[in-house]
Design a protein around this ligand. Structure first.
Ligand SMILES: [Zn+2]
Length: 218
């Protein structure tokens, strides 16, 4: 049984895995790759939708060198696929409407008063840090986003619902939109670099905020 020679000593096979699959983890240019050795003829690559992890099914006797080359040749595709899957996950975990939560005049007044009262201090704090200030801030009921920004006019719109949530979310969305005043062209590297500098936990705050159900228009 010559193929048994290729069984790596660091194999992490679970006792319940099929006897024919031997699973190891390798790193290719910083990408962790799970390699499952199976009695198959060809190599297969898969990016798991649940977490973007990379899995290779490889023939039992294939050399690690060929597996590494296989991953390298497909690196662009892998990264594109991981990005696309992450976006889908974000959207799924994103704004979800709750039909029980509907705006009333009272909630509206309360939210608006809360945001208007908080803004002067927030702007005084963040304008010198970010180095840009909005020309206008408008508050409105929004059902698909927490805020938006038009860098050309300097206008920022905030979702009125932020006035009914933990104030840290209003602050984080304001910082996010003020960062767009730098004309970051979406959420690419420049945007992320700035946000990391201004508010290192912005991703966590965004995830937390997106777990809140969105209030419906009356
Ligand atoms: Zn944005």
């Amino acid at each position: 049984m010559p193929f048994r020679r290729s069984a790596a000593s660091h194999a992490t096979q679970s006792p319940h895995a099929p006897r024919t699959a031997r699973v190891t983890t390798i790193t290719v240019d910083g990408l962790p790759v799970t390699v499952a050795r199976k009695p198959i003829k060809n190599m297969y690559l898969r990016v798991r939708p649940a977490d973007g992890s990379i899995e290779i099914s490889a023939p039992l006797r294939m050399g690690e060198r060929r597996i590494v080359d296989f991953v390298r040749e497909r690196r662009d595709w892998i990264v594109r696929t991981q990005t696309r899957l992450a976006k889908v996950r974000d959207e799924k975990g994103g704004m979800r409407a709750d039909p029980r939560l509907t705006w009333t005049d009272e909630r509206r007044r309360e939210a608006e008063a809360t945001i208007r009262a908080a803004l002067p201090e927030l702007l005084a704090k963040w304008t010198p840090i970010i180095g840009r200030a909005p020309s206008h801030i408008t508050l409105r009921i929004m059902t698909s986003r927490w805020g938006s920004c038009t860098p050309k006019t300097g206008r920022i719109r905030l979702n009125l619902q932020l006035g009914l949530l933990d104030p840290k979310f209003l602050e984080s969305v304001l910082v996010h939109e003020m960062t767009h005043l730098w004309n970051t062209h979406g959420h690419g590297p420049e945007f992320q670099r700035r946000m990391d500098a201004y508010q290192p936990n912005w991703r966590q705050l965004k995830r937390e905020l997106n777990r809140h159900p969105v209030m419906q228009r009356p």
